[in-house]
Structure formats: C-alpha cells, structure tokens
Design a protein around this ligand. Sequence first.
Ligand code: GDP
Length: 441
Amino acid sequence: AGDVKTLKIDDTPLPRSKNLDVISEFEKSKSKKTASFVVVGHVDAGKSTMMGRLLLDLNVVDQRTIDKFRKEAEKIGKSSFALAWVLDQRTEERARGVTIDIATNRFETDKTVFTILDAPGHRDFIPNMIAGASQADFAILVIDAGVGEFESGLKGQTREHSLLIRSMGVSRIIVAVNKLDTVNWSKERFDEITDQVSGFLTATGFQAKNISFVPVSGLNGDNLVRRSENPAASWYQGPTILEELENSEPTARALAKPLRMTVSEVFRTMQSPVTVSGRIDAGSLQTGDALLVQPSGEKAYVKSLQLDEQPVDWAVAGQNVVIHLSNIDPIHVRVGDIICDPARPVPCLDTFTLKALAFDFLMPMQVDVHRGRLHSAGRIEEIKALLDKVTGAVTKKKPKIVKPANVARIVVKLGSKVPLEAGQRVVLRSGGETVAAGLLE
Ligand code: GDP
C-alpha cells in the first residue's frame, strides 16, 4: 500500500438538509429583483469613468476615496482618471484575493440589486466580455459623441462588441451617448448618433423596442443618476441611465430547470478547503445537497452557502453565490467547471454541432472555443450546411466556406472533453479575432 496517497479531503459528517422547497421559499422571500449587466464600447469611450461616477453618485464609494484617487492621478498628470480607478482598484483587490465578495461592483436601488459584470478596462477585454455577456441580463453600450470619435468607434470595437453581446443572448441594450459636454450638448449630434446606431443595432438583431438612448456626461454625472442641470441639456427630459436600468426586465430565471452553475473562483476559507463562487445559471440548491462537478465527475456536498456575505439556506438561478463544499478533493474543482445536479448532469463533450453566425470567413480551421469563462483549443471539422438566417432551413449542403454574416451548421472538435450542452452559447475566435458565435444544437 506504499503508493496510496493521503488526500486532504474535508470529510466531516455530511451536512444535514432542511429539505426546503426552494422555489416556494424564493417566492415567499420577496427578495429584491436581481439584474446583471455588462458595459461595452470602444476603448476610451468612457466606460470606466461612467461606472465610477455611477458608484460615486449612488454612494457606493465615497468622495474621500475619489479625492485620494484624484491626488494620485494628479501626480502622474492624469487627474481625469480618478473616477475610472474606482473600478480598476476594486478589480485589483479582487485579483489579489483580498476579498471573497465575488460581486464587488454591486449596487442596489429600492427595487433591484445590480451587478456590473467584469469591470471594463482589461487589456484582453474580449474573453472577459464573452464571460460577462454570457451571464448578463442587459448591456450598456458607451459611445463617445466627440467629433470624429463616434465614427472611428463604429468601425472599431462598437460593432464587434454589439455583435458579440447579441450572439451571447443579451437582448436589451442601453446606449449611453457619452461626453456630450465635449459637443456642447448638441441635440443634432445626439440625433445623428441615435439614427446611425439604431440602424446598425437592429441589423445586428436587437429589436427596436429593446434599444434606448440616453445622452450623458459620465465625467460630470449628467443623466446617470441625476438629471443634467446644464441648460444646454434641457432638451432631453427622458429617463436617466439608472431609470433605464430599473425599467429593464431581467431575463426570466430558469428556476425549475436542473442546477447549473459555472465556477468563477475557487479558494480556501475557514469554512472549507474548497469554497467556490459563481452565478447560478439555472435551477436552485440548498445546504446538504449533493452536487456533481464537471468535467471531473466528482461528487461534493453543500456544507453551507453565502449570499452577499450572509449565510443562507438556499440560492436560486440569477444569484451570485459562495458555496462551501465538503467531501471533495480540491484538485477536482477548477475555474470554469460546471457544478450541476447529479441526477441530471451536464454532459462532457469533445465534439459538438453549432448553429453559427459567421463574423469572418469560416472553413476547416483551428479555433479557440469560448463558453462563458471557459476556453479551449478546437477545430472546425466540417461545415454541414448553410442556413437561412430567418427560418433556419438548409439553403446549401456541405459548402467549402462560410462568408461573413452568413449562418451555418458546423461541427467543432475539441482537444479534450468539456461540459457542454444544447442551448449554450459559444464564441469561436482565431488569431485574437472573433470569427463566429452561435448556439449549441
Ligand atoms: P474606457 O477606456 O472606455 O474605460 O474610458 P475611460 O473611462 O478610461 O475614459 C477615457 C477618457 O475619456 C478619460 O480621459 C476620461 O476622463 C474621458 N472621459 C470619460 N467620460 C467623459 C465625459 O463624459 N466627458 C469628458 N469630457 N471626458 C470624459
């Protein structure tokens, strides 16, 4: 028995379940609505500044913190960056593991608890954005109204980001037409941008009723939380960004579906050597539940649960939760894994069929496959058919190539088995560019 390894497994007696009917507990709890959103747009459009300002005006961060950042920023001659640092600073804290609060960029109003998914400003932003968008109820698209800026943004990331978030299933988009202070709150400029952007957003697949436009100055906080008091801005009397967020209905939560949760962090805590955090994508769970971790296929139990740093007995789809696990070895749990119901587990696949929208030319080729936070190397093996964009009917069998903006059924092969199932949204990238996005069949 010399080669038997002693594994450090938390094998305390199994936690006792209260056998709650979680769905009816949830309905009784009248808890606040939860909603998550991503912030996208061209680099320098003002995403970080706007979110910093929003958190300041909502008193999530205080003026003293901003003043401290401003002093530091002045030292390096960039005083305007103080607001943007609010998000970056908190993100850095997260990266260092100082806090286990997964939803650091969180704020609440009387009606809703909001989570800002994935602080913008990361260098390789797209993979983060894919992960964020796969969990987002809505998106804020930030556009720089500055002369010449809007036009270059539209050719750049604005288009790619819009396509990506739509492909990831986000259907509600709030367009913040930003930096209107730099064009003296020109209504003509706002109307011109609104016209062009609604044109390309509807072409991207957003329905007109799900698109709103708000003229803002993120730097000054005009029309974010409070209405602009600038007389030049008085022509706009519509909702602020915060009002648009509050008036948006989050995606229906799949509470009655089998449990699915993507692991976004794994760490050790006082409560357990294997604590995980992430958002519950579907279903519900409670203390004492048996869980299955994919792809390892190992079982674990819910020792205890935390929501917003408070211990709770249960959690449901749409919530960001911290789970202290027992009876599992840490080597079996990794970031990107899926935690699921052992009776109805997510399968692990190395080949799958995708109904894909091509962003670029597609042919048998190497690709990076992104699903939520997970990405792995793969290959387009076969193009089965070109499909009609509206009806999905086959228009041509076995084409050699798929042209940009066309829809096709393709077969993708991965280097190893990963948890994947029908209905999931996947993005294919190649050489740092997004080449396709689609739905697993
Ligand atoms: P990001 O790359 O989209 O996150 O953009 P940042 O938030 O870092 O902003 C880029 C630059 O635009 C910074 O110098 C900001 O101070 C500036 N900026 C952002 N919002 C506004 C605004 O509403 N008005 C003006 N005049 N400048 C802004």
